[in-house]
Write a protein that binds this ligand. Structure first.
Ligand SMILES: CC(C)(COP(=O)(O)OP(=O)(O)OC[C@H]1O[C@@H](n2cnc3c(N)ncnc32)[C@H](O)[C@@H]1OP(=O)(O)O)[C@@H](O)C(=O)NCCC(=O)NCCS
Length: 240
């Protein structure tokens, strides 16, 4: 099915322009397949690198930056009053520590020290509304290339409004961008993970987890968590 943009162009499901009835003169054809899985930050870094290699002028780099900022402005406007999920920053640290350790005290997650969270800040995503962190989660990558969602928690006052799903979707998408083949989770909340697209598996099928944490866990013989996983499709390479 094609999605019609208000610019007069038509995008198919993958974002390719399939027609441009309204504005041939003014609207450039952009094959968005080339942008599959590329973030605005990556686009800017690419442009910056090209400028350093003298392939772009300062002026062209400014054009790229201002276009990206305009996109951000439009999206921010559309997002006013709604939550967004983004990469965590060091300024989120207090909120992250509070959230992770609140859910650890409830027995839902493992406790983590401030040092541990700081060292792993790049692995965390946060869900934010009006500058307030409402939830968090992180993606832990094992040396075999599988990844686990950890430290997932949403403020108990705002649950069941989509934040948990948005955090999981964000990290699963990030895993896919990193060409990770499978994401798993150990949880006491299987209904939620079934709702967000994970399937039941067994802890024994996840030897990474057993080696890393389970062998040292006091509940090793009476584990009350269940394993859920999602297999990710091959990453589409942008067309040359
Ligand atoms: C699990 C948790 C992150 C879910 O966050 P949330 O923001 O409330 O979840 P969402 O609103 O995104 O829910 C997505 C879907 O799952 C459903 N869902 C959420 N929690 C559920 C639960 N406990 N039981 C059944 N369904 C649940 C929602 O109803 C929604 O379904 P829908 O798409 O049909 O409307 C949150 O409850 C939490 O922080 N729990 C405590 C910590 C925890 O258990 N972390 C997981 C450790 S692995």
């Amino acid at each position: 099915m094609a999605v019609h943009t208000h610019l007069g162009a038509s995008l198919d499901k993958k974002g390719s322009v399939v027609s441009n009835a309204g504005g041939l003169d003014t609207i450039p054809f952009v094959n968005l397949d080339n942008l599959h899985g590329v973030s605005a930050e990556e686009l800017y870094q690419r442009a910056l690198q090209m400028q350093k290699n003298n392939c772009l002028t300062h002026g062209e780099l400014s054009q790229v930056a201002s276009a990206l900022l305009q996109v951000q402005e439009v999206l921010d406007k559309g997002n006013q009053g709604k939550f967004v999920v983004r990469q965590a920053r060091l300024s989120d640290l207090d909120a992250l520590c509070n959230m992770v350790n609140y859910w650890a005290q409830q027995g839902e997650n493992l406790p983590r020290s401030r040092e541990d969270i700081t060292r792993n800040i790049l692995t965390f995503a946060v869900c934010v509304k009006d500058h307030e962190v409402l939830g968090c989660a992180c993606l832990y990558v094992y040396d075999t290339g599988l990844a686990e969602i950890r430290s997932l928690g949403v403020n108990p006052l705002v649950q069941r409004q989509g934040q948990g799903r948005a955090l999981v979707d964000f990290l699963v998408h990030r895993a896919w961008q990193f060409e990770i083949k499978k994401v798993f989770v150990l949880t006491r909340n299987p209904e939620f993970f079934a709702k967000v697209g994970f399937s039941k598996t067994t802890i024994e099928a996840l030897p990474e987890k057993i080696r890393k944490d389970c062998e040292h866990c006091p509940k090793f013989d009476r584990c009350d968590e269940v394993a859920y996983e999602v297999n990710l499709p091959e990453k589409l390479e942008p067309k040359a």
